[in-house]
Write a protein that binds this ligand. Structure first.
Ligand code: DAH
Length: 330
């Protein structure tokens, strides 16, 4: 047996072992080149063919070609195996546990005043009231004069009212909307008017800007009993079916008779707002004949209601932008 044939068997065995030992694709490429490259061992054998006796050349040539194919096939297999292993490793390293709970995005909440206001509006919409808007800067006439405030009434005093140039004021209550909504309209009608109001007042229970909701209803044969019935239904919608109300005789220039009302909450009476039958002069000021039409009206603080509902001790907490207040209520 001539040398090259034995050499080829050895070469093949050596290549097989080396390829199997290649631990990475670059290492494999190098190993493959060591056997098959231009300067590789097998090329050496092929180059040496010319020195063989002619009768052996064909056989050795064939064997060398087969060895070459075999090494190529082994290198290909090993490469695939290495690539497969690499993919497996990458997958294991970047394993994604799809059963883990996701990171919860922060959740927003409505402001307590917004929540109560929406509840209030929903209740009155269910009774057929429409929502009427009014400006926060209004005339002295709409805020005071047409509501029957005498010129020397203390509420017009700078203590309470922010005066704006041109005879305007920052409205001190939502009752200005009564004048705007009733003037030029023919009863029957029912309105509510939620919104911001302003008074020159600052302590733990007062803030210069706060929110009120006004409600008024004008029709034929409207009585104080209608007013009480509406207020009871409203209070029970907001605070529960057993809520009790109390009416205390009071004075407002724009209602006659007038009352302040309180509701019983847990263990005490809380002041809630003012109410009454719309004063005939106010109806007349709006072009409505009080002989034919009567109405009731009431107004209360939305912030106060929210504070009572969630036991918020200080009105300033509502307007100072502390997200914890909103979160606790939400
Ligand atoms: N406007 C009054 C205030 O701000 C509240 C009020 C009282 C509104 C009696 C009314 C009412 O509609 O009838 O103090």
């Amino acid at each position: 047996m001539a040398g090259p044939a034995r050499n080829l068997d050895e070469l093949l065995a050596e290549a097989e072992a080396a390829l199997a030992a290649a631990a990475s694709v670059p290492e494999l490429t190098e190993t493959r080149a060591r056997f098959l490259g231009r300067k590789g061992s097998l090329s050496g054998v092929l180059r040496g063919l010319g020195e063989l006796p002619p009768e052996e050349r064909a056989r050795v040539g064939q064997e060398a070609n087969r060895a070459k194919e075999r090494i190529e096939a082994l290198a290909r297999e090993r490469r695939e195996a290495l690539e497969q292993e690499g993919r497996g490793r990458a997958l294991a390293e970047h394993r994604l546990d799809v059963t883990l709970p996701g990171a919860a995005p922060p959740r927003g909440h409505l402001h307590p005043v917004t929540r109560i206001e929406r509840e209030m509006c929903a209740f009155f919409r269910s009774l057929g009231y429409s929502i009427e808007d009014g400006p926060e800067v209004d005339t002295d006439h709409n805020n005071f004069g047409a509501l029957n405030f005498p010129d020397d009434h203390p509420a017009r005093d700078t203590q309470d009212t922010f005066f704006v140039e041109g005879g305007h004021v920052l409205r001190t209550h939502t009752s200005n909307v009564q004048i705007r909504a009733m003037t030029g309209r023919t009863p029957p009608f029912r309105f509510i008017a939620p919104g911001r109001v302003y008074r020159h007042d600052l302590d733990p229970t007062h803030y210069p800007m706060f929110h009120q909701i006004e409600a008024f209803c004008v029709d034929e044969d409207v009585t104080f009993a209608d007013l009480k019935g509406t207020l009871y239904a409203f209070a029970r919608h907001l605070f529960g079916p057993d809520t009790k109300l109390r009416f205390r005789a009071h004075f407002f220039p724009f209602t006659e008779p007038s009352a302040e009302m309180d509701f019983w909450w847990k263990d005490r009476w809380l002041e809630w707002g003012g109410c009454g039958m719309i004063h005939p002069q106010v109806l007349r000021n709006c072009g409505i004949d009080p002989e034919r039409h009567q109405g009731f009206a009431f107004g209360m603080g939305i912030d106060r209601t929210a504070m009572d509902r969630w036991a918020i001790p200080n009105i300033h907490l509502l307007f100072e932008g502390d997200a914890r207040v909103v979160e606790q209520v939400g």
